[in-house]
Design a protein around this ligand. Structure first.
Ligand code: UT7
Length: 332
């Protein structure tokens, strides 16, 4: 029997309307547009406003658009995996809520938490469900409402993050296309450098944790930066070597959008020129699990069947990884 692979057959993103610009952040904290742009590459980010609006709202919008675009009946979806660090609530899973909103009544669904590498992890997991032959349509969603865990009085983090979601459809193919290889890694000893201190089972919410601002994302930026530069580049180079690929063979690098300097370092290490790197950090900032699908969505019209793509991410955990895939379709 021919080898089954999982292929992305559609992509859709969703970003909220509201744009939080660097100029506006200058009014909230001691910062300036020049510092933010030169140190990170970010000019603005999108923020989901309104009461009772969680990550599922954005995830569901992306999935609805994806179903429409791919002409998929929601009842034909087998599985929805949502990668998020900002679930609507600790339980049920945000994927359950998304599945209900979009009418995927015959699917099962669950969340995974791997921070900024969440989409990569979920993509590899979904790919393996397809490869077994038991699943025909798997949707992978990356959705994060980072504004819900960002302290807008902390200039070291509030300038970085934004809200957004992206979703891809995975389907089986016997062509030499789709997800070809993946290397995923994690190292929990990185937890002290990037985490949320309270709200989990170790430190449940109390007045004290609230007063101490422990329900916000905490990051020791320069430490995370060093690990991100080395690990994201190393793992991308490793996946290329393993598959006998050089920079010339790669059509696109799809990097996690945390910092323009990390993106450039990764591309350099891989021997990939700037014209082959997907970048949208300037308009969305770091949307955690949504950065990779939002990049694919923005660049979809430039992707051609058979293009070699390297997806790479690094984030809280630490978690990191790289996926090599061959794009499955020409622009429609
Ligand atoms: O997606 C998950 C993984 N996360 C990442 O990959 C993020 C990794 N880290 C980074 O991207 C960078 O470390 C940051 C963008 C967060 C910070 O950039 P940096 O070049 O590492 O700056 P730094 O933390 O070393 O700070 C340099 C200076 C400090 O002042 P002093 O001590 O030199 O006087 C900071 O207080 O910049 C100051 N600073 C700011 N100044 C103006 C920090 N934040 C700001 C700010 N505006 N927003």
């Amino acid at each position: 029997m021919d080898k089954l692979r999982a292929m992305i057959t559609g992509i859709q993103g969703y970003v909220p309307e509201y744009r939080l610009t660097n100029k506006e952040l200058e009014k909230l904290v001691e910062t300036n547009d020049e510092w933010i742009v030169s140190r990170t590459g970010i000019k603005e980010r999108r923020i989901l406003k309104g009461e009772d609006q969680g990550s599922s709202v954005m995830g569901a919008e992306a999935v609805k658009g994806l179903l429409e675009k791919t002409g998929t009946d929601p009842l034909d979806v087998d599985l929805i995996i949502c990668a998020t660090v900002t679930p609507d609530m600790p339980f049920p899973a945000t994927a359950n809520i998304i599945a209900d909103i979009v009418g995927a009544k015959k699917s099962y669904s669950f969340d995974i938490g791997a921070a900024c590498s969440g989409f990569l992890y979920a993509l590899q997991m979904g790919s393996q469900f397809i490869q077994t032959g038991t699943h025909k349509k798997v949707i992978i969603v990356g959705a994060d409402k980072m504004s819900s865990i960002v302290n807008y009085q902390d200039r070291t983090t509030c300038i970085l993050f934004g809200d957004g979601a992206g979703a891809v459809m995975l389907e089986p193919t016997t062509e030499d296309l789709g997800i070809m290889d993946a290397i995923l890694r994690s190292d929990g000893s990185g937890a002290p450098y990037l985490h949320m201190k309270a709200g989990g089972s170790r430190r449940p919410a109390t007045q004290q944790t609230l007063d101490a601002n422990e329900h916000y994302a905490f990051q020791e930026g320069s430490t995370v930066f060093k690990f991100a530069v080395t690990n994201m580049a190393d793992v991308s180079a490793e996946v290329m070597e393993k598959n006998n690929l050089t920079g010339d063979d790669i059509a696109w690098l799809v990097p996690h959008q945390a910092n323009m300097r990390i993106i450039n370092a990764t591309a350099n290490r891989m021997g990939i020129g700037p014209d082959k790197v997907m970048i949208n950090i300037e308009k969305y900032g770091n949307t955690t699990a949504a950065t990779l699908p939002l990049c694919l969505w923005d660049y979809e019209s430039q992707l051609k069947k058979g293009d070699n793509l390297i997806l790479a991410a690094f984030g809280g955990g630490f978690t990191w990884g790289s996926i090599f895939l061959k794009w499955g379709y020409d622009p429609k």
